[in-house]
Design a protein around this ligand. Structure first.
Ligand SMILES: Cc1cc2nc3c(=O)[nH]c(=O)nc-3n(C[C@H](O)[C@H](O)[C@H](O)COP(=O)(O)O)c2cc1C
Length: 277
């Protein structure tokens, strides 16, 4: 695929970058400690001197609001969704308004904008045939997945243009993507038509999918007894604003705090008593 003007002057992809885990930015942080207690925190807080913009979401131009929310609510995971229409046309498309809803029952959400002609093929097919697969995209084949965001007519399948390989699903009719190291077979749990509160127009379809089977390639699992995906091996991509994707470059480990009342209060009091008036 040719390079667009939006990619001009960019350096090539860094294929040798490696994922590693580090300590968190401020391992000495204690309960109650203000952000500006560290030099990095101080610099962050000083950014406020540039002032604030407040966007009125009620009156802002819809496309500007779209671009702002896409860049602000980021990074987002990306669902690469495989569906089948009622006439058997197999569809593939990426969706970044996507997340895990709960593990009990195992549910995921995908949100699909509505075109002037109605639901996108993905939402239409899920409503019609109920079964679909969500495939997580790794760096090495992002171009193949991105190509499927092309708007083909409903009767044209994206599979041949993607160069990707179909693998049979067990529970649903829609195939999974063989190149994906983590795929979920899902069935429609609920489809919610989101409407404009002022006009009542159907603008978006929120799909809640119940996960019925998960296929994981063994080589992306972290060593050890827990069945967990290793980010270094998985190399999952995420979506930022506009046409930017992000990769997971580095991780840091930070434990979840435990409520031990005396210790928490003592830490907060100690920070407060050391604060300069
Ligand atoms: C990375 C990426 C993420 C996307 N996320 C969404 C999304 O969350 N919701 C949406 O409606 N469209 C999203 N799109 C656009 C759809 O992929 C695009 O409209 C596609 O043509 C829909 O295909 P379909 O009509 O075959 O379902 C995204 C595109 C890209 C490249």
């Amino acid at each position: 695929m040719s390079r667009s003007t939006e990619q001009a002057d960019l350096p090539p992809f860094n294929s040798t970058a490696q994922f590693r885990q580090t300590l968190p930015p401020n391992p000495q942080w204690t309960f109650g400690q203000p952000v500006d207690a560290t030099p990095a925190g101080k610099a962050w807080v000083a950014g406020e001197e540039a002032g604030w913009d407040v966007v009125d979401a009620d009156t802002e131009d819809k496309m500007k609001l779209y671009a702002l929310m896409l860049s602000g609510i980021a990074p987002r995971p990306v669902a690469f969704v495989s569906t089948v229409s009622e006439t058997g046309v197999e569809n593939l498309a990426p969706f970044s308004w996507f997340n895990m809803v709960t593990h009990h029952p195992p549910l995921i959400s995908i949100s699909s904008g509505v075109r002037s002609t109605g639901d996108k093929d993905t939402a239409h097919n899920i409503k019609a045939t109920r079964g679909f697969t969500v495939n997580i995209i790794s760096e090495t084949w992002i171009e193949s997945a991105n190509a499927c965001s092309i708007e083909t007519p409903a009767d044209v399948t994206e599979w041949p243009l993607s160069g990707l390989t179909k693998a049979d699903s067990i529970y649903v009719k829609a195939p999974r993507v063989k190149e994906s190291a983590f795929s979920m077979e899902c069935e429609l749990h609920q489809a919610i038509d989101i409407t404009d509160p002022d006009t009542g127009a159907h603008t978006t379809t929120l799909i809640l999918g119940r996960v019925r089977r998960i296929h994981i390639r063994r080589d992306v699992l972290a060593p050890g007894p827990k069945r967990a995906v290793d980010p270094e091996r998985m190399r999952a991509i995420s979506r930022m604003g506009d046409i930017t994707y992000a990769r997971v470059g580095e991780g840091f480990r930070l434990s979840r705090p435990v409520w031990v009342e005396d210790k928490v209060r003592e830490a907060v009091n100690s920070v407060a008593s050391n604060a300069t008036p």
